[in-house]
Design a protein around this ligand. Structure first.
Ligand code: PLP
Length: 226
């Protein structure tokens, strides 16, 4: 595991993009065992853990009471897992409907929490992907900012499954544009533009990503498909 090599690639892409702002490095620890996560935690360049299943994260989080890193839910959130997800995670990346936003808001209120969230947008239009369609984004945004127990930190997307760099960059550029427009319309600072994974994080940084989510490149191939 060599996170420093990845960090250097992040910094180089940032330089190429002419940027000086901070880019957060999320270690995507789904399917990984505690020992691997402990090793990842030692690298100062890693900012967060990203998990995509509430149940799996719950089991692991119990062994990380002293965790130095925040935990981010990066996968789809099912309605019946909301309470557990609020208990375990610092931020929920995958709010993609008014119903889900309402539910998180209500349960967070019951738990006396203000929950940090991102809105996930399906910028590629691929049916297999979760996320709100770009044309419905502003309706969800306008609703989310009225909910007192949600704290919107930014937007998140998963790039298209293709080798075509132009298509990948277009999807990322779309998320960036949506974020900029949302900042203007809401007055919120929305610091998080979460996009870019092992295969496309450098393109994402060129298009303005402020958070990359990296699994395979850091830990090696996953033990089971997710
Ligand atoms: C699995 C996953 C990642 C990491 O993917 P890698 O290709 O292993 O880097 C990032 N984001 C989400 C939402 C994921 O589910």
């Amino acid at each position: 595991m060599n996170a420093d090599v990845i960090h250097e690639r992040i910094e180089n892409a940032k330089l190429k993009a002419g940027r000086k702002d901070k880019i957060f490095f999320t270690a995507v620890s789904k399917t990984r065992i505690i020992e691997e996560m402990r090793e990842a935690e030692k690298f100062s360049c890693i900012d967060f853990f990203g998990e995509n299943r509430v149940q799996e994260a719950e089991n692991k989080r119990a062994a990380f009471n002293d965790s130095k890193l925040q935990w981010w839910l990066i996968g789809h959130l099912q309605a019946n897992k909301v309470r557990k997800a609020i208990e375990i995670f610092d931020t929920l990346d995958s709010i993609d409907s008014i119903e889900l936003a309402d539910r998180v808001n209500r349960i967070a209120g019951e738990m006396n929490r203000v929950m940090r969230i991102l809105i996930e947008v399906n910028t590629s239009g691929e049916k297999s992907k979760s996320g709100i369609a770009p044309e419905n984004f502003s309706r969800l945004l306008e609703h989310v900012i009225t909910l007192p127990n949600l704290n919107l930190e930014g937007l998140m997307t998963v790039g298209p499954l293709t080798d075509n760099e132009r298509d990948i960059r277009n999807a990322f550029a779309n998320l960036r544009t949506l974020t900029e427009n949302a900042k203007t319309s809401t007055g919120l600072s929305l610091p998080i533009i979460s996009m870019g994974m092992s295969d496309d994080f450098e393109l994402a940084i060129l298009e303005g990503s402020t958070m990359v989510r990296i699994g395979t490149l850091l830990f090696g191939p996953r033990y089971y498909p997710v």
